[in-house]
Write a protein of this length. Sequence first.
Length: 277
Amino acid sequence: MEEYILKISTEDSKGLIYNISKVLFANNLNIEQNAEYVDPDTKEFFMRSIISGKVMQNILLKELKEVLPESSTITLNKKTKKDVILLATKESHVLGDLLIRYTSNELNANIKAVIANHEDLRGLVEKFDIPFFCISANKLTKEEHENLVSAKIDEFNPELIVLAKYMRILTPNFVEKYIGKVLNIHHSFLPAFIGANPYKQAHERGVKIIGATAHYVTNDLDEGPIIFQDVVRVDHSYSWEDMRNAGRNVEKVVLSNAFELLLNDRVFIHRNKTVIL
């Protein structure tokens, strides 16, 4: 039996769950799992349901829109693997971790290709029988390079793009084209230590924890809605290189967890935050 993931965000009001359930029942659909949340400050309602049965998508969406407020956002996705593109530069730790998880069938994804701006990772990627494309930025403007990268991405029409330590700042045009589709890993516990060299910044500040943050990419550097974070304790004896080495393990865990949440349609963007159901 087919399963779909239904996500709804709307202004909270009485009877929402009743009206939604009535539409699902009328379409002979079963609710396998359900989770809800109401933001106490904005009074916005969020709901994620796994439904099963013979889903007529156009009819179901039309009938749901008829019983929900006009401002509602409704998505209905078949519970299946998502097509994904990974972008990388030279660092291998998070990319390698994702590829191992992928080949171990731990990720609900089809990794269609890895695109990088250097050749360093070709050998690693091709060991996993995944297409690797190097698009060098040498002698190109940022816009020229991004146009080439974007054209290659569009050949695969991915649902998600993961920046697996892709060490280039994206232009507003690129971000806007793929808004809500790009996941980044930043090697600090945001909002602390935005930008370059966060481990050096953390060491100079004498922090006692370091962390990593997975977030949506927006035009505000390292300030997109946060999806997943974690930390590890450090102390005065750590050099910044020790912090970097300890942080790399956290980066792998954080990125893979955030990636899994997106693959399973569990994330709602709510202003500059996220709701995870």
